[in-house]
Design a protein around this ligand. Sequence first.
Ligand code: SF4
Length: 375
Amino acid sequence: MTHNPIRPWRNIERRRSRQIMVGTVPVGGDAPISVQTMTNTDGHDVRATLDQVIRAADAGADIVRISAPDQETTKALREICRESPVPIVADIHFHYKRAIEAAEAGAACLRINPGNIGSAERVAEVVRAAKDHGCSIRIGVNAGSLEKHLLEKYGEPCPDAMVESGMDHIKLLQDHDFQEFKISVKASDVFLSAAAYQQLAEITDAPIHLGITEAGGLRGGTVKSAIGLGNLLWAGIGDTIRVSLSADPVEEVKVGFEILKSLGLRTRGVQIISCPSCARQGFDVIKTVEILEARLEHIKTPMSLSIIGCVVNGPGEALMTDIGFTGGGAGSGMVYMAGRQDHKMSNDQMVDHIVELVEERAARIEAQNTAEAAE
Ligand code: SF4
């Protein structure tokens, strides 16, 4: 997917994993790395939860997870799953009956650790429900909730303990001839999580769900996730991701996409290249970019846009972007199309003009794609 024969230094060699389906979304193998988030509404409230799922899907979420702690929620799941534009993962802890109800309600995947639900018969029942309803399962090991016997064996949460926990859960599923699973080994500590994922990637071909759990607030958690997930993705590890932020789920999706876009692993919407604070700027770049980001949020077609304050780097950046604007003197700048100087534009009309150019280009590409798909 990321093979670039002209610029081999951009290539990422992805680990070969098995492919499973989460509803209609393939995870693993050569499928695009999917982006997930989780709702934080009251799961009993179908309307509020669906609205949040739809907002996350509009922002690009491929899969959305919903907590299912009680029977009321698994009941509400039926309508949510039916109306949702993306597959729903039901997040279950401990209670096997919730898992069975969620599978019956149409969840595409169950996030459940088979080792935590009790007897072998209960595991068998959950696996049977998953098979009967076409559900996959995510094993979700978390450094904060490792099994007691592993904490006693290893003394503290460590990569070996997390991987052993994951492999124990995997064995339980495989003993029931169930292969439609993916796995995560999350920690809030970047080193711990990365080491656990690296070990895991060596010993299983299961698709890997990446995450740095409880990463923090919007700014700190974004940086932490970018370092943790970025490092693993760059090494080719990871088939689906969730950025865990103390922030709106839509922000998690946006940050997830930004991480993948930075590594060339996914494309979506307008990628803006712009100047930092600098006194040479011929117009207010920071304010302009803020406005453009908001006004171009609805664009899903991948394209690049450079908004550069002066000619020091403006023409060079414009060479590598689809549309560019470089500030000049006397209240105007130069618009570049596909790397070439195209026309001048006054600074005060520039935002409206750039939005128009981006929208036109997006509409053209979408029409082309539709025509090609119809051929
Ligand atoms: S391109 Fe010009 S305005 Fe932008 S950071 Fe460089 S010197 Fe400053």
